[in-house]
Design a protein around this ligand. Sequence first.
Ligand SMILES: Cc1cc2nc3c(=O)[nH]c(=O)nc-3n(C[C@H](O)[C@H](O)[C@H](O)COP(=O)(O)OP(=O)(O)OC[C@H]3O[C@@H](n4cnc5c(N)ncnc54)[C@H](O)[C@@H]3O)c2cc1C
Length: 321
Amino acid sequence: MTKRIAVIGAGLAGLACARVLRRAGAYVEIFEQDRIIGGRMATTRVGVVPYDHGAQYLTARSAQFRVFIDELCHAGYAAPWKPNTSSGGGQMNPWYVGTPGMSSIVRPLAESVRIHTSRRVHTIERSDEAWHIWFDDQSVMGPFAVVAVAVPAPQALLLLGRVEEVSEPLARVRMSPCWSLMVRLDQHMQLDQDVFSDMSDVIRWIARNNAKPGRSLKGETMVIHASPQWSRETEDAEPEAVAEELWSEVCHILALPPVRPSQMTAHLWRYGLVEQSLGETFIYSSQQRVGVAGDWCLGRLSEHAYESGSALGRAIVASLD
Ligand SMILES: Cc1cc2nc3c(=O)[nH]c(=O)nc-3n(C[C@H](O)[C@H](O)[C@H](O)COP(=O)(O)OP(=O)(O)OC[C@H]3O[C@@H](n4cnc5c(N)ncnc54)[C@H](O)[C@@H]3O)c2cc1C
């Protein structure tokens, strides 16, 4: 198979899809709006300090994702994480994190595929049984035999609103925003847990980022996620004001002594978390030769994104045989 296929979105779903297609012999090109790949599987640097401000850890319920995690661990891109928790670290499913950051998780998937970063897709158009892709700068690429769209459902709907058999199920999916606060303290805090979840109506998650394997042990870095409800209410607020409010809530909840972070930055994941999933692994129109994948198809976790993207890749391969 030497078909030219476009994948839109270089998150876990898009990259997993691209790997299946490439292994089947397709010529795959990925278009990503961001400067970097990984999507919500992210590690960002504020100055020189890295933070996992999106996905916090991985679990593997499916055999397929367990194989992928084993591959990552063997290659040094991931390691098990047993944080101190209120349950004493005895999670039902083992936790894994990317090393040295969560963004390492996607690195093996990006090998041998052509990835165009800083390329936001504006429109996709089908004519003469082929797809063309238009970008924000009005440039165009194509023809592509198939397009796989692997972006959050509300963003996919913007691209596929005119393809009825895809847009109708897409409109059923609900995603909510999530504020992520990154905090650096110059001294270690005396905390008896590495992670705290569902702490109040405002705070959903607090993690000591530096407690993960392979992170720098100097000082204290924390990642805090606000609840979906609070994030929605403050979606249009200034990041600086959000940061102050979240930090004051964390100090209150954890009964921290008055301490001023040496660094504090808030980031909004506008389509961060899945509230209502599709309930199907992917959507693919073999007639229109266009498909959609993402975590929101099956659930809300990284493993759902991987499973969805891989399955869409296999469906595309089968349709081209
Ligand atoms: C705060 C937070 C905490 C989380 N915690 C966990 C956790 O602990 N464990 C877990 O398993 N999961 C967690 N998740 C979920 C996990 O991050 C996602 O399930 C997974 O990363 C989704 O991958 P994806 O490929 O479906 O989507 P994304 O990662 O969103 O990838 C989509 C990509 O498409 C790009 N894109 C969008 N529109 C366009 C366009 N028009 N043109 C070009 N590119 C475009 C985006 O920039 C992005 O890179 C968390 C998510 C968030 C936000």
